[in-house]
Unconditional design. Structure first.
Length: 360
């Protein structure tokens, strides 16, 4: 009986060892390990930066009147462990995060995690719409610029890319609002839906998804119209970056031997571009898209303020103006974690686009 158990354990160990040596699984495990390490680093950096802020957490939470009473301040510090050494405070902080206790928000008097789950869908919906718009438009314009180099499409792409990377988004947002809302009246100036429409109870928080699930086409199209202006303004800089990267990557690929070989075989231009050029250039585009995701999440602070968009950016702005440290830490952790997860997805997508990654 002992021999059979030992044999089964040895077989299981050998199976695990073989799986760990599989290129795809090994690559995935390495990336997951790096992701966990980065998540741990984010908690350390967030905690350290919060302790360096020249604001007393007790004063920020209790207010000036209550903070003037030493007994109240001492009781508050004892309750939340602020009188303990920093290493103990960090341990309490991390264990609370794992258990879902991200602290209480002073401005809303609700748990920070509950606030994040309430505001995050609006921001993520805006960011996803912006990414799709910027990537589709940027790849098409950048591809046309590379295929028609030094001709009108290329000159147009250069001007658009220059405007994208140099235009301040808050100024662009105000200008777009004045033109398309105040002057033309084509698009709404802010919010997620028209105020006269009924509210959808429950749901995912993603307005487009909830409108489809509830069978409310009026709410769906209203949400689309409200997404247009903020997504264009937010995605302008990302659009310019993707145009430049796509143009440079496609021009580099067009000079390779396998592209010329495909043309020599008699393949059509569309086939060569879709099967050879775009696939080879997609790695750079995917990298820029993953990096841009974090920038878009950070950029929502300005955009949501300009367009009164009820998302994490507006929540972070109000938290900063009221010195709500728990809320600020929660937003920072959420954005950092989302950025890390997106980059993990980008790394895993490399295996599909470039088989050589599986062997690294």
């Amino acid at each position: 009986m002992t021999v059979s158990v030992g044999t089964a354990a040895g077989a299981a160990g050998a199976r695990v060892l073989r799986l760990s040596r599989h290129p795809v699984l090994s690559y995935t495990l390495r990336r997951l390990g790096l992701t966990l390490f980065l998540a741990f680093g984010v908690t350390v950096v967030t905690f350290v930066l919060t302790t360096l802020v020249p604001i007393d957490p007790a004063v920020a939470a209790l207010g000036e009147r209550a903070a003037a009473d030493p007994d109240i301040v001492a009781a508050y510090r004892e309750k939340y462990g602020l009188d303990k050494p920093l290493i103990v405070q960090y341990w309490v902080y991390v264990t609370g995060l794992i258990q879902g206790d991200w602290g209480m928000s002073q401005q809303t008097q609700r748990p920070v995690l509950q606030d994040l789950m309430s505001y995050a869908p609006a921001t993520l919906e805006l960011v996803f719409a912006t990414i799709v718009l910027a990537v589709v438009t940027g790849v098409l314009v950048g591809l046309a610029a590379a295929l028609y180099r030094n001709r009108f499409p290329d000159h147009f792409a250069r001007v658009l890319a220059l405007l994208g990377v140099s235009t301040p988004i808050f100024w662009f947002g105000i200008v777009m609002t004045m033109i398309f809302f105040a002057q033309l009246g084509w698009l709404p100036s802010g919010g997620r839906v028209d105020p006269g429409l009924p509210k959808i109870q429950g749901g995912t928080g993603f307005m487009l998804v909830d409108a489809v699930l509830a069978g409310q086409p009026a709410i769906f199209w209203s949400a689309v119209r409200h997404l247009i202006l903020p997504s264009i303004v937010l995605g302008l800089s990302t659009l310019g970056l993707i145009i430049r990267i796509t143009r440079a990557s496609v021009l580099e690929v067009l000079g390779n031997d396998y592209v010329r070989a495909g043309r020599a075989k008699g393949l059509g231009r569309g086939t060569v571009v879709s099967r050879y050029v775009l696939r080879a250039a997609s790695g750079s585009i995917l990298t820029v898209t993953g990096v841009a995701f974090g920038g878009l999440l950070a950029g929502t602070v300005l955009i949501e303020t300009v367009f009164n968009w009820p998302g994490l950016g507006l929540y972070a702005y109000r938290s900063a103006t009221t010195a709500d440290l728990n809320a600020i830490m929660g937003v920072t952790l959420f954005v950092s974690t989302a950025y890390i997860l997106v980059n993990l997805i980008v790394d895993l997508c490399y295996m599909v686009l470039d088989p050589r990654v599986r062997l690294t």
